[in-house]
Structure formats: C-alpha cells, structure tokens
Design a protein around this ligand. Structure first.
Ligand SMILES: [Zn+2]
Length: 340
C-alpha cells in the first residue's frame, strides 16, 4: 500500500509500505476513505520533536472495515467507521470514567500511521464507532474532523466548562481552536471570543459561533480580554496551541474561579507555581478522550446539526501529502484532507 513517511525535518514522502495485517484477535483493518494532516504532525515535521524517522505519519482516519480479528464483535466488514487517535479498550476503569485517551491499554495511532491506504486498528471494539450507514460524500470531512480536531475542541470546551451565560475565550485559530468555538457555541456559551489575526480563520470562527475577534496577542491580547470582560477575565478559556505564550495568555485571561481547558499539544510549557497559586483557576486538559464524544459527534454530524468539516480548506490526493504538510507549515491551509 501507499503511505506517508517522515524521513527527516521537512521531508515527507509517500512510498510503499507493508500492507497491514491482523496481529491481535482484537484488531481490525480499515481501508481509509480520508485522512488528514494534523497541527501536531508539524512538530516532528519542523524537527521540533524526535519521532524516530523514518516514521509513518498520521493518526486521524475514517474508512471502511475490510477485515476483523476473531474477537471483534461490534464492527464488521463493510461498515463505515470513525476512530480516535488513541486506540482504547473502552472497558477499563479509566475508559469507563470517560478518559479513553488514558486507557490502560491505549495504543497511539500515530505509531501506526493513517496517512495511508489501509490501517490496522488495535482494540477495534473499543476504538471504532460505526456510522448509521454509508455517509454521503459531503459528510466525510466532518466525520474525519470528529476523529481528532472536533473531539479535541469539544474536550477543550468541556474542560473549560463552557456553557450558558459564560464568556469563552479561545486561544488558537487552528482547526482545534475553531472546533472549540463550535463546541462552545453548541454548549450555549453567551459570548465567544476567538483570538485570531488571520482573516479567513476569523471568518470561519464567526461562522462557527464566535461573537468577538481579538487580534492582539500576548500581554496586549490579555489586556483586550480584560477590557471585554469588565476587568474580570473570561469564565472559560480554551487553550489550543500548546506553547508557553499561549498558555500564559490563557492563564492571564481567565477570571478567578474560571476554567481553562488546555488541549494544544504542549511543548516546553512551564507554569510558575506562584502565579498558578494566586490565579484561582481550574486547569484541565491533555490529549482529548475523543472516543468518549464520538457517538454524540457522529449523531450531530449525521443530522447536520454541526458542520465541522469546514476546517478543511485544502484537499489533496495522498500522493501529494508533502505539499499538504508544506501548506499547513506555511499556514496557507488550516487543515489538509488527504484522499488515498
Ligand atoms: Zn481503557
């Protein structure tokens, strides 16, 4: 099969990879209908994260089940399925508490690489959720978004306790931040302030439910949030970048008693204990338990209540994955969909 492999910083190649096979009786093999490039793929692509190249790439996926192992009971060949970037058993105590991304048996899908024609899905019963039928083509991008960015933005909004009467700030205008806006809107937030300086992203943020746009960053961004919130700070802040500056901005934009949902993949972020101590904020975040939300997200997409697929603004054949990485790296694209 063909699949994307990272050979070193800036060097993604689509090449022959071994066809996946059932290894454990709980595995499934899917034929990818669509895959995509994630903001987190850019960390190793930029050489900012050691990923042991050459490494297969990709962890978001939707597709059709080709084959299942003898112990798989909830999905069968021919079904269209969506899964999360962590394979999880969905039965352990952590999973049952709604934290499938911390499953005691979890497998990171990035280690398998779903920017490919086929993929082995470990723990298929726990990981995959079948759609009610074969989706119309226009639903595919939204279902693919559910695999990671939508589920991650959703978790950000849940962790930030977004809801009726709340002012929500979203730090980060990538696909996750934009999906955080959409989730906050779905949860009934009164005011949603998207921090973005890119016109096309601002427009999508507004379409997803943002009521205000703040273009300033850093201390100026914080000052602007304070102006907009009577000097109190926001009730809820979704941090969707993962850098020191975005986290600091999130901390300082949150009012005492408020909640921060941090879902940006954190790199070299340190929080000063004294500032944390006096901030009186709730901090919750990490890799999103997307699997927890998948049944609800699929239902909302299926009934066309939400349309998160709008985050994909560039579609390329898998063979042109390298161009997809470049487009995202240069911020020419919010998110790139790859068709195997
Ligand atoms: Zn588990």
């Amino acid at each position: 099969m063909r699949g994307a492999v990272l050979h070193g910083p800036g060097d993604v190649r689509v090449e022959e990879r071994r066809d996946p096979e059932i290894v454990a009786p709980t595995d499934a093999i899917i034929r990818l209908t669509a895959a995509c490039v994630c903001g987190s793929d850019l960390w190793p692509y930029r050489g900012l994260e050691e990923n042991g190249d050459p490494a297969p790439m990709g962890h978001e996926y939707v597709g059709v089940v080709e084959e299942v192992g003898p112990e798989v009971t909830t999905v069968r060949p021919g079904q269209f399925v969506v899964g999360s970037f962590w394979a999880s058993d969905n039965t352990c105590e952590i999973c049952r508490a709604g934290y499938q991304s911390g499953c005691v048996n979890r497998v990171l899908m990035a280690s398998i690489g779903t920017q490919a024609q086929f993929a082995r899905i470990p723990l298929a019963d726990g990981t995959l959720v079948a759609t009610p039928g074969m989706p119309e083509p226009e639903l595919i991008p939204s279902l693919l978004a559910a695999s990671d960015v939508l589920g991650t933005g959703w978790f950000g909004a849940v962790a930030a306790a977004a809801g009726p009467g709340k002012t929500v700030v979203v730090v980060g205008d990538g696909a996750v931040g934009l999906c955080g806006v959409l989730a906050a809107r779905h949860f009934g937030a009164e005011r949603i302030i998207a921090m973005s300086r890119h016109e096309s992203r601002q427009e999508l943020a507004r379409r997803f439910g943002a009521t205000d746009i703040v273009t300033e960053r850093g201390d100026e961004g914080v000052a602007r949030i304070m102006e907009l919130t009577n000097g109190l700070g926001a009730h809820s802040v979704i941090e969707a970048v993962g850098t020191q500056s975005s986290m600091t901005q999130a901390m300082r934009s949150t009012r005492p008693g408020g909640h921060i949902g941090f879902v940006g993949y954190a790199h070299d972020v340190a929080l000063p204990g004294d500032e944390l101590f006096f901030s009186l904020v709730h901090l919750h975040g990490g890799p999103a338990p997307v699997r927890e939300y998948l049944p609800e997200l699929i239902d909302l997409i299926w009934r066309r209540v939400i349309d998160p697929g709008q985050v994909f603004d560039l579609t390329l054949p898998l063979e042109q994955a390298a161009e997809g990485y470049r487009a995202m790296d240069e911020r020419r694209a919010v998110k790139v969909l790859l068709t195997p």
